[in-house]
Design a protein around this ligand. Structure first.
Ligand code: FNR
Length: 185
């Protein structure tokens, strides 16, 4: 059966370039996988006072992670880091579900992409994300990663992300991630 790819976007912004990139990745994957976007805007801040039993939103997010064969991160860069909302999500997911059940990210194949209006292409944010998710024992596909600078040069007249120049690279990453997921089964 088809693998499930779960996209995690590190921006809550409605018009987020990274969200639009995730939707373009969904098209690049096509019918080769069941591609889903994780909705996590409603999760609380990590607070050990409310950790067990997990809040409903956390239980829901964990179930989505468990059912995924691969996790594809689309992260903005905030101050040369990945955004706090993504750190908060990963802090929750880094913790065991219960005494008998370990954290849900270990062993999951991960791909990383990012887009920014600036020139650096989110490379620094991606490296920080790699440091964290490798500590969480995810299986990271480091080649290829996708860093897209100058987002505003790839918009259409309506201001939506068109990705003319970057589309072939996104397609290559999608193809590679499908193979990577398959080889990690
Ligand atoms: C930014 N931005 C930014 N861009 C970048 O390339 N490097 C950076 O270090 C930062 N720092 C930064 C800090 C904060 C607090 C904000 C709000 C923004 C700009 C950022 O790339 C831009 O707002 C993107 O549009 C955010 O991604 P989404 O929401 O479009 O996916």
């Amino acid at each position: 059966s088809k693998p499930v790819i779960l996209a995690i976007v590190g921006s809550l912004r409605r018009e987020s370039y990274n969200r639009q990139l995730a939707l373009a990745a969904q098209k690049a994957v096509g019918d080769r996988a069941d591609f889903r976007l994780l909705d996590y805007a409603d999760i609380p801040y990590m607070n050990q006072d409310i950790e067990f039993p997990a809040p409903e939103a956390i239980a829901r997010v964990r179930a989505e992670i468990k059912s995924a064969d691969g996790i594809w991160f689309f992260t903005p860069e905030y101050n040369h880091f990945f955004p706090g909302v993504l750190k908060n999500l990963l802090d929750w997911l880094s913790r065991p579900v219960s005494k008998d059940e370990p954290q849900v990210l270990a062993g999951k194949p991960a791909a990383i992409s990012g887009i920014t209006p600036s020139m650096a292409g989110t490379a620094l944010a991606q490296d920080h994300l790699v440091t964290l998710i490798s500590f969480l024992n995810m299986k990271i596909m480091n080649i290829p990663r996708l860093t897209i600078p100058n987002a505003q040069q790839q918009l259409n007249q309506a201001g939506a992300l068109e990705l003319a120049a970057s589309a072939p690279y996104l397609q290559k990453q999608a193809d590679a991630f499908l193979k990577f997921i398959d080889s990690n089964k």
